[in-house]
Design a protein around this ligand. Structure first.
Ligand code: CU
Length: 203
């Protein structure tokens, strides 16, 4: 269940697919270029041959790169759709960005600042907005990056697969406190999460 629920793998797959082809072409083109410089230098090949009008060659260098580009698009699209499609049963937490901190409001109306606490194994839908200027919520471990905009709501989701602590940052330059505008995602076992929410209610 976790694998097809978690878009992190789709994003990584797309990334390695694109960077893999990029390196392949970097080395292949460089190798061919060096070989041509040596093999077809003027002293060895004074009269260049004319390859114009080679239909098969032209077809190959049109069709092959087109297929690669389409495959890159498809892998990127799947990753994007994975990030954008919130699964049923996701728990909604509201996030408010302000200069210069993050406020999170949980289903029971408890609030935390610069600390997002979630139970392990429950998909989380984050609904974001801003109290003032543009901010952007960046949670690199979960490949989440989404703008927080005043006057509108944006959303992101992630699957807290493994308990632990994961940093997040503001990634939209928003003023003098921008570089301090970061926090911690804490993934707790469900029981600890419930207990934690109760301590917040008491405050
Ligand atoms: Cu900010």
């Amino acid at each position: 269940m976790a694998a097809d629920l978690n878009p992190v793998e789709l994003v990584d797959r797309s990334f390695y697919f694109i960077i893999g082809f990029s390196f392949l072409f970097l080395f292949a083109i460089t190798a061919v270029m060096i070989w041509f410089v040596i093999r077809y230098r003027r002293s060895r090949n004074p009269v260049p041959s004319d390859i114009r009008g080679n239909g098969w060659l032209e077809l190959a260098w049109t069709v092959i790169p087109s297929l690669i580009a389409v495959a890159m698009f498809v892998s990127g699209w799947q990753a994007y759709m994975g990030l954008r499609t919130v699964p049923d049963g996701a728990m909604e937490i509201k996030g408010y960005a302000q200069s210069f901190s993050w406020i999170f409001v949980y289903p029971n109306d408890a609030e935390t600042e610069n600390e997002l606490v979630v139970p392990e194994g429950v998909p989380i839908k984050l609904t974001l907005t801003s109290e003032d200027v543009l901010h952007s919520f960046f949670l690199p471990s979960f490949r989440v990056k989404i703008d927080a905009v005043k006057g509108m709501e944006t959303h992101a989701w992630f699957f807290p697969e493994k308990r632990g602590e994961y940093v997040f940052h503001c990634t939209e330059f928003c003023g003098v406190g921008h570089s301090d505008m970061d926090g911690m995602l804490k993934i707790l076992p469900p029981k600890e999460y419930e207990a934690y929410l109760e301590t917040l209610e008491d405050e």
